[in-house]
Ligand binder design. Structure first.
Ligand SMILES: NC(=O)c1ccc[n+]([C@@H]2O[C@H](COP(=O)([O-])OP(=O)(O)OC[C@H]3O[C@@H](n4cnc5c(N)ncnc54)[C@H](OP(=O)(O)O)[C@@H]3O)[C@@H](O)[C@H]2O)c1
Length: 392
């Protein structure tokens, strides 16, 4: 039997607005948004003021509201709202990857204790239905890897640099097009991609990592010489959120990767996102779609709301079987690293060097490094150099 859903919505920005529209347009759900709580009293809104409140308790203390949809841009406030909603036995749908990544186990325990659902399909890959697929379709033993392009801003910038634009111009365009966060550090230094990887790993392999365990290196230091190197070799650059399980060893990190034409993600360009799922028998499968924007993201939120009509919740079955899985950064990677001079590249503790080039004001080395030996360095702050993982 379908449950009647009475929704309290937090946030009426890009995604909140989108949800209001798609819910009213779709007519498919027996669901009503009965109150919307926002922050600023002085903003002009696209719908009447009777819909809004600035007091979170108008939703949280309302016994009639059985679903809270949290779509605000403040992870700390979101955590308070979501925790209280779960404690008050309301189901929660959220798109807030930072809040989830920082508090996943606490929130799951609260949901379990109060016998309510916490769903968050929109938090990774926007419109791509990846979390429920990882959760329901792939079992733990056969799944060996998830490889995500899960940040539209960086994928847009990398695509445009490939067409000859410099980094600053491409970032300004991504901001103007509404893809970039107001503080683009989260995008370009790969924090956003790391939060999403943490969520992917939870549903792929059952393990909860902390954000601090996952190495994240973004794209802010890319130079035209690095782009030229890639195009001479026929590579494209992608920022990959990479989770891999080999027997009992689990590896997870975010870094730029050069990929060749035969990679299934080669043509995932601009603001599009993808997740490649690798499993023992099905080989590689590519999920691709719009990773951001009002309607694509709202469509994933809507799908979660719809699932609540049938009492759906994630079961986290894989989490019951993780005691022998060891997270490690002990993995050898073949990388390219470019800088203004060769000495700057000694930071990498090379296990083996394959190619060494020294020009007038640009040098590069390719070779093997171990992630464990470099993961203590914040390479986002090493502005003179750029590195990317090479195809195996
Ligand atoms: N935009 C996307 O494409 C996208 C994609 C995937 C996931 N997400 C996630 O979805 C969430 C919402 O993103 P967005 O792009 O829609 O954000 P946004 O456009 O910046 O809107 C944020 C909304 O949150 C409200 N807000 C902020 N703090 C609040 C508080 N303490 N209490 C109540 N309301 C508060 C703001 O109120 P005012 O209107 O009064 O300022 C605003 O309506 C974020 O977690 C984001 O990471 C977004």
């Amino acid at each position: 039997m379908r449950n009647k859903l009475n929704i309290g919505l937090f946030g009426f920005g890009c995604v909140g607005n989108g949800l209001f529209d798609v819910l009213n347009k779709s007519n498919l759900l027996d669901a009503t948004i009965s109150k919307i709580v926002v922050k600023s009293p002085n903003k002009t809104r696209s719908i009447g003021s009777e819909h809004f409140s600035f007091d979170k308790n108008e939703i949280l203390h309302n016994e009639e509201i059985n679903v809270v949809v949290e779509l605000i841009d403040d992870a700390k406030a979101a955590f308070e709202i979501v925790s209280e909603a779960l404690s008050r036995k309301k189901h929660v749908v959220t798109a807030n990857k930072k809040m989830l990544a920082e508090n996943l186990d606490t929130l799951l325990a609260l949901a379990k204790e109060n016998k309510v659902s916490l769903l968050y399909e929109a938090s990774v890959g926007g419109s791509i239905p990846i979390i429920r697929n990882l959760e329901e379709y792939y079992n733990n033993d056969s799944l060996s890897g998830v490889l995500g392009i899960v940040n539209g801003t960086t994928n847009y910038i990398l695509t445009q640099t490939n067409y000859g634009k410099d980094y600053e111009t491409a970032l300004a365009e991504a901001t103007a097009l509404g893809f970039a966060e107001s503080d683009p550090t989260l995008d370009v230094d790969a924090y956003d991609s790391k939060y999403k990887l943490l969520i992917l790993i939870k549903h792929a392999f059952g393990v909860t990592l902390s954000p601090e365990q996952i190495f994240n290196y973004g794209i802010r230091n890319i130079k035209p010489q690095d782009v030229r190197y890639a195009s001479e070799k026929g590579y494209r650059l992608k920022l990959f959120s990479r989770g891999e399980k080999v027997e009992n060893k689990l590896v997870g990190f975010v870094a730029p990767h050069f990929i060749t034409e035969d990679n299934v993600a080669y043509n995932v360009n601009n603001e599009f996102n993808s997740v490649t799922v690798e499993a023992m028998f099905s080989d590689k499968q590519l999920f691709q779609g719009k990773g951001a924007g009002a309607y694509p993201t709202a469509s994933a939120v809507l799908s979660d709301v719809s699932a609540l009509q049938f009492d759906y919740s994630y079961e986290y079955k894989k989490s019951n079987n993780t005691e022998n899985i060891n997270f490690t950064n002990d993995i050898n990677l073949k990388i390219y690293a470019g800088a203004s001079n060769l000495a700057a590249l000694d930071i990498f503790q090379w296990i083996e060097k394959e190619e060494i080039f020294q020009g007038k004001d640009y040098a590069y080395v390719t070779g093997i490094v171990n992630l464990k030996n470099i993961s203590g360095v914040d390479f986002n702050k090493e502005h003179d150099l750029f590195f990317a993982v090479l195809p195996e």
